[in-house]
Design a protein around this ligand. Structure first.
Ligand code: ADP
Ligand code: MG
Length: 315
């Protein structure tokens, strides 16, 4: 399979409709029937005209589709569909991941959807992707998750600024899971966080110790800084016996993906990558700041704790 995800408008109504029909025809018959079965090319084109949708193609053949429907500060995912013949290749995950990034780029707060309450496996799929049940209006379960926030971070000072800004949104008990390769800026981000929280400084990459507690200089939460790089797994993180402080402190785990999830039901995932695909606009910019080594940071709140916390930059 060679998959490609494409942002589409009303011109792709026929292709989107074909995937929607195939997917919904294959689902259990519901009462009342799924609205999707009544869609026509015109009705899909009308939905796509508002803010478009996403199409996944396998060597040019449409195999996955969804429609993006903005409502106030949120975006609803509608008609999420995968061709039954193409299931089991991660197309649904790919679609949703692309939809979350589209939503992030559009600056929306939350991603919402309606799932049929008779379909627990579908609801489980969404739950695994960080969606939380926010209401029940028979025959629907309404689910939502925060949209990720994507921030461009040109230099190390900007990374510290970002940490400082996020600190203002945090409270004792919060867990942050930082990911990104060696030298990505996880510790730099944590330094800003420490400044913003007003904790005792000296935040470094803990080379010999695995975790360090930075007490508050005021009456705010302490910062527990964990570097899980050399930790074998969940068991070892438990061995650190951090639980005593966790309800009161802000806990930051570098390299925590796959390890720190057990610490708390909710977590803020901070994913740092090197910026790529920048326009090559000559030597001028590089001459101004030879140290500039831009990053992209994705802030992604998992769990009810983050649903109403606005992590978007304030400016
Ligand atoms: N845009 C940027 N964001 C973060 N760090 C940057 C950036 N540009 C350059 N740097 C440098 O990259 C290094 C990041 O190191 P560090 O924060 O220890 O990474 P990690 O903890 O992810 O291994 C620092 O030396 C920092 O000055
Ligand atoms: Mg580090």
């Amino acid at each position: 399979m060679t998959l490609e995800t494409r942002r589409v408008g009303p011109e792709a109504a026929a292709e989107v409709l074909a995937v929607v029909k195939a997917a919904f025809a294959d689902r259990p018959v519901l009462d009342p029937p799924a609205d999707a079965l009544a869609e026509t090319e015109d009705s899909i084109a009308a939905m796509l005209a508002l803010s478009g949708g996403l199409l996944v193609l396998d060597e040019g053949r449409p195999v996955g589709a969804l429609v993006l429907d903005p409502v106030d500060d949120d975006v609803y995912l509608r008609r999420v569909s995968v061709d039954p013949g193409a299931q089991g290749h991660g197309i649904a995950h790919r679609l949703v991941r692309a939809a979350l990034l589209e939503t992030a780029r559009a600056g929306a707060r939350r991603v919402r959807l309606l799932a049929r309450q008779e379909l627990p496996r579908t609801i489980g799929f969404w739950r695994d992707l960080g969606f939380i049940e926010t209401g029940r209006h028979a025959p629907y379960v309404e689910m939502a998750r925060p949209a990720p926030v994507v921030v461009d971070v040109p230099g190390a000072d900007d990374m510290r600024d970002l940490g400082r800004r996020i600190a203002g949104r945090l409270a004792g008990g919060d867990v942050l899971v930082l990911s990104g390769e060696l030298g990505a800026g996880k510790t730099t981000f944590t330094q800003g966080l420490g400044e913003g929280l007003g904790v005792r400084g000296g935040i470094t990459s803990p080379t010999f110790v695995i975790s360090r507690v930075h007490p508050s200089l005021g009456d705010g939460p302490a910062l527990v800084h964990v570097d899980a790089y050399r930790l074998g797994g969940q068991a070892e993180l438990d061995d650190l016996d951090l639980d005593t402080d966790l309800d009161e402190a802000v806990t930051v785990v570098e390299w925590g993906t796959g390890i720190a999830e057990g610490l708390s039901e909710a977590r803020l995932e901070v994913r740092i990558t090197r910026a790529t695909g920048q326009a090559d606009d000559g030597e001028a910019d590089r001459a101004v700041d030879p140290e500039a080594d831009p990053r992209v940071v994705e802030l992604d709140g998992i769990g009810a704790r983050w649903l109403d916390t606005d992590l978007r930059p304030i400016d």
